[in-house]
Design a protein around this ligand. Structure first.
Ligand SMILES: NC(=O)c1ccc[n+]([C@@H]2O[C@H](COP(=O)([O-])OP(=O)(O)OC[C@H]3O[C@@H](n4cnc5c(N)ncnc54)[C@H](O)[C@@H]3O)[C@@H](O)[C@H]2O)c1
Length: 344
């Protein structure tokens, strides 16, 4: 049995990580840590033998723990992950990997040096739709994927003004780092993880002072963007347009990814997949149906991590991909600030 200690027992831990760990028959949660101790105590209520901490350093010092799960605000991911790896733990960390490329690189280096597994949540890769498109792309059925668009546009959906999400020092940014990781990663993974070479971007903050941006602490900090758009070029000639917002005046919330390939294209809009091909000179639209009850994406990602720790699967998500992701996001912020394209 692998022993798991979790750090950060807030929203995502409760609705995604806890069910994920519980769905893995080879693991047991033995320790809960949260800076807000009451939260860790509440999470541990159904685990009478588990230890409770409010300082992650005490948790990672426990030699019986094999895996550390991290679901704290973004700023703390790298510090906790690096410390846990150096203590010989495998680490499963929430996205985004880190708040800047240097920290992401330090995490990747710590994983390499320790020989332990570091994996960051990329739950969108685990939907039935994404896995199916990945198989088609790997078999060459879509041809060369050369032009993509992706985004996650919310009409109203700022995660709590004054909380850590809207405070740059804690989050690293707004919807670009929050939602962008999900969709840019999915786009890059489906296209075979080409290397990003240049980016250009714009960011806006138009809703920070409006009443409809109200949140946990209405008078609190809101120093991140509420909309980001950009363009990424890759070393294989492909390019990707991106757009992310927590609030914008659009018809409705839309989470989307589209790639155009020389043999076929696809769109994944609000998790509905469509394929666009041509046969005998006739254009064909297809809408795949998935009949099997899908395992929730986050659970599937956590299960994959555990299978990798046990040596039964090879990691689909690598620390180097995380470094590329954070380099892209950071360069888009830099581009928006300087008003020009940035070479990575
Ligand atoms: N993959 C997804 O679908 C998804 C969805 C939501 C959030 N997330 C990510 O999960 C992470 C947590 O988000 P959330 O919505 O659960 O936030 P949250 O605010 O609900 O929970 C964070 C918890 O971490 C605790 N914490 C803060 N600093 C800590 C520290 N130094 N040590 C220990 N505990 C600490 C807080 O007290 C809180 O209980 C973020 O990185 C976020 O980007 C991922």
């Amino acid at each position: 049995m692998l022993k798991v200690g979790v750090v950060g027992t807030g929203g995502i831990f409760k609705w995604a990580h806890l069910p994920g760990w519980l769905a893995c028959k080879d693991v047991e949660i033995v320790a809960f840590c949260d800076a807000f101790r009451v939260s860790a105590e509440a999470a541990a209520r159904d685990f009478p033998d588990a230890k409770v901490y409010d300082d992650y350093r005490e948790l990672i010092a426990d030699p019986s723990i094999d895996i550390v799960g991290i679901s704290t605000p973004n700023l703390y991911h790298s510090e906790i992950a690096i410390a846990a790896l150096r203590q010989g733990k495998h680490v499963f960390c929430e996205k985004p990997d880190a708040v800047n490329p240097l920290e992401a690189q330090k995490m990747a280096d710590a994983a390499r040096e320790s020989g332990k597994l570091l994996m960051t949540m990329r739950n969108n890769r685990f939907s039935e739709e994404a896995k199916f498109v990945k198989r088609l792309a790997e078999k060459g059925q879509l041809g060369e994927l050369y032009m993509g668009r992706c985004g996650w546009i919310r009409r109203r959906g700022i995660p709590g003004r004054g909380g850590w999400f809207t405070t740059k020092a804690l989050s690293g940014g707004g919807p670009l780092i929050d939602l962008g990781v999900h969709m840019i990663d999915l786009a890059m993974w489906l296209a075979g993880n080409p290397k990003p070479v240049t980016v250009t971007g714009s960011t806006y903050r138009k809703f920070a002072d409006r009443p409809d941006a109200s949140g946990r602490v209405p008078e609190g900090t809101f120093d991140v963007e509420d909309l980001a758009a950009g363009f990424i070029r890759f070393d294989n000639g492909a390019s990707l347009q991106i757009e992310f917002s927590w609030a914008s005046n659009v018809e409705e919330e839309k989470k989307f990814l589209e790639w155009r390939g020389t043999e076929g294209g696809f769109s994944l809009v609000n998790d509905k997949l469509k394929l666009f091909t041509e046969n005998e000179g006739v254009l064909i639209d297809q809408q795949p149906k998935f009949t099997e009850a899908a395992v929730p994406q986050h659970t599937a990602n956590i299960r994959h991590f555990v299978e990798c720790v046990l040596g039964r699967e090879q990691p689909l998500i690598t620390p180097d991909q995380g470094v590329d992701m954070i380099k892209i996001l950071s360069a888009i912020y830099e581009s928006a600030e300087l008003g020009r394209e940035i070479r990575l």
